[in-house]
Design a protein around this ligand. Structure first.
Ligand code: HEM
Length: 414
């Protein structure tokens, strides 16, 4: 996306075009920038401000760097100040600007760590979430503000969660088409938080495993299957209201227009998967590997026919196939917006196998009705369980977006 003459500093926003989607809730639109010759070109910044935080219905970028933080601050005012500082920094970085003006001052560390200098914003979005712990009694005086759904996720059958890769008081999801830009974001937010909050765990991801807008093609996960075919599409406003955005019926007014983020680090036993027969793999998912079509269809987007039977009476899509158990038909019509990425974190020293898999991220308006019951069904009987294990888990409430000049979480913290 970056033209030869393009630099971060030369980025000029010419916002104001409703047709660009900027007025329509922030996420998903693109700013225009001007090249030196004055021609406008679609460049790479996603607006930070809007009714909802960006990075949710925004077309999924190529990369993620996710950071979960533990808080050291103990007062509500200090927490509000941290989120103010983070909001300002996130707005700056998503516009493709460095933090602070570059100087030649030799006697002090630079404000910006520098590795993203010269890079465009590369669709950077920064999405903030609040963990259940900040509403605990005796911490920030927020116990009356806890939304009912914001309690730690229950244990699911087969979970092998590493506490060092789970939970957190705050989260920051940085997504970008450039891994350096995403990493730079988490690194600099951690630096800004120094002494106030520290990183508890991070997860780098590559290769989106979700399609979140109809313009995107479906890519493949590390099992080689197309992933994201039957995902919600971010531009479908009615579905977003129904399944993703917390509505006016939420008693905690500060969360209306927000959502909930579930993160699960799901390791794949890739060696076992790679040695399993194609037919077994397809029955596990319920789709053809090559085309991505359901086993009852020919083309990727053919409707899944759960009732279809083979001549011997057995269902074409097995009873324990992933799509049967995860899909809305088995879950009271409930759906989630998946926004996950592949990860590969080296070798497991105990087994010598790849520590790789799917960093599952999903957004929904009520995890008690969406992620939790879906995952209960999957944990109990999904054929995929033979090939995967969940090793990390976290739930965060994602406050709504803000206008320029306001900060994330302000409606909660004042
Ligand atoms: C490593 C773990 C997982 C893998 C490899 C995986 C893979 C897939 C694949 C290949 C599909 C079919 C294509 C599509 O419609 O996107 C799919 C569908 C789906 N998955 Fe997963 N998935 C995993 C974990 C999960 C988890 C933890 C959940 C939720 C709790 C989930 C929820 C769904 C849903 C809702 C669908 C769409 C089903 C439909 O409506 O047809 N998946 N997954």
């Amino acid at each position: 996306v970056s033209g030869p003459k393009f630099t971060r500093k030369r980025f000029v926003a010419v916002t104001g075009g409703g047709a660009l989607g900027i007025a329509a809730g922030g996420a998903g639109g693109y700013l225009l920038s001007r090249d030196d010759d004055g021609t406008a070109a679609i460049r790479s910044a996603v607006p930070f401000h809007g009714a909802h935080q960006a990075g949710i219905v925004t077309a999924a970028q190529d990369r993620i760097v996710f950071g979960a933080f533990d808080l050291q601050v103990t007062s509500r005012g200090e927490l509000a100040a941290l989120l103010r500082d983070w909001t300002t920094a996130a707005a700056t970085m998503t516009a493709g600007e460095p933090l602070g003006k570059p100087t030649d001052l030799l006697i002090a560390p630079a404000v910006d760590t520098g590795e993203a200098m010269g890079l465009p914003a590369a669709q950077l979005t920064v999405t903030f979430g609040l963990g259940p712990g900040i509403f605990d009694a005796g911490r920030f005086g927020l116990e009356d503000k806890r939304p009912d759904a914001l309690v730690p996720l229950p244990h699911f059958a087969g979970d092998a969660l590493d506490p060092d890769r789970s939970g957190g008081d705050l989260c920051v999801q940085a997504c970008s088409d450039d891994p350096v830009v995403a990493f730079h974001t988490i690194r600099n937010l951690a630096r800004i938080a120094s002494g106030r909050a520290s990183l508890r765990w991070t997860q780098l991801g590559f290769g989106r495993t979700s399609t979140t807008t109809s313009g995107q093609v479906t890519l493949r996960n590390l099992q080689g299957f197309k992933d994201g075919t039957n995902n919600l599409r971010g531009e479908d406003k009615a579905e977003m209201e129904k399944f993703v955005w917390v509505g006016d019926d939420e008693p905690q007014a500060w969360l209306r227009g927000g959502t909930y983020l579930v993160a699960r680090r799901i390791r794949m036993h890739v060696e076992i998967w790679d040695n399993s027969a194609l037919g077994d793999q397809q029955n596990t998912i319920g789709r053809y590997k090559l085309s991505g079509a359901p086993l009852t269809g020919v083309h990727e987007h053919d409707v899944v026919q759960l009732d279809a039977k083979q001549p011997d009476g057995k269902p074409v899509i097995p009873l324990n196939a992933h799509i049967r158990l995860a899909g809305p038909a088995g879950n009271g019509g409930e759906r989630i917006l998946r926004r996950g990425y592949s990860f590969a974190d080296g070798i497991d020293p105990e087994t010598g196998e790849l520590d790789a898999g799917l960093f599952f991220v999903a957004f929904q308006r009520d995890p008690r009705k969406q992620f939790i019951p879906i995952q209960r069904r999957l944990a109990a009987s999904d054929a995929l369980n033979e090939y995967i294990v969940h090793t990390g888990s976290a739930l965060f409430a994602v406050p709504p977006g803000v206008e320029r000049g306001r900060s994330i979480g302000e409606a909660l913290l004042g």
